[in-house]
Design a protein around this ligand. Sequence first.
Ligand code: ZN
Ligand code: ZN
Length: 334
Amino acid sequence: MQAQKAEGTRDLIGAEMRAWQKMQQIAAGVFEPFGFKPIETPAIEQVDVFVHGIGQSTDVVRKEMFRVFSGANLERVFTEGTDTKLKPKQRLALRPEGTAGVVRAVVENNLVPQGSTPFKAYYAEAMFRGERPQKGRLRQFHQVGIEWLGAPDPAADAECIIMLMEFYKRLGFDLSKLRLLINSMGDAQCRPAYREQVKQFILDHADEMCDECRERAELNPLRAFDCKNDHCREIMADAPLMGDNLCDECREHYEQVKRYLDVAGIEYVEDPTLVRGLDYYTRTVFEVEAPGAGVGSIGGGGRYDGLVELEGGKPTAGVGFAVGFERALLALQA
Ligand SMILES: [Zn+2]
Ligand SMILES: [Zn+2]
């Protein structure tokens, strides 16, 4: 039988490889003047890097992560029926996204010692997720992203968004055809009580909602806002919103971000139901859509002030974003 590529993967040949290289060049051209330097972290990490950072309850960690075992360990997993007896360093995964690995590198190398200047890096790497392959969704895909550690100020959130839109512009997008969505997801002070409210809301409407949302109520209630089921969406339209439950500090932070964007002339749409699928986000989150291209979001990011601690470091603010190469290309072609 003729050899075939793995399902959900693609070869980058000729023009497509050129397009990927060009995207990397544009990334360097846009991000380096802002002080960002290139970084590359390994494609495999200890699985705990993702479990701690992205969150045990997320779809990414529960369903989509490719696990990796070397020969002898794989045999043990088969024999023992579990990987829990392996050492942490023997339990590996392919990176499903770029942020957790960069933050792990920052913690491990103490790149943001207390009182130092912020750490700014950008990457262009392959990511791996075991999703059902469909248009714009691959099992090995490429992302360009930035991470900015040690920057608690709302000006950093705004600067990220400004850089992101500049990046799209240089890629060839007509910015008036893109939609930038923003929201605040609160922080450790105000989100837990809000999360509880949404959980209660779902439980109150459990008999009308899909099985997956009922499961979400316990694990990750905010994800119910993303349910594809029309009836769930109708119900969630009446759910309590984070925006009405922000603490004073989060509200002020969010207002500041919007003021900076207004001054910079960046158009945005506030979407109070925008919750990015990863647990680590705090406060500002944003996403860019190319309406009509049929590929969903073409990039996004947000603030993650708790992530460095989740990876075992000292409290350090952070913010960043990632742009999917394949989806951006599809959207450009559309
Ligand atoms: Zn649902
Ligand atoms: Zn708050």
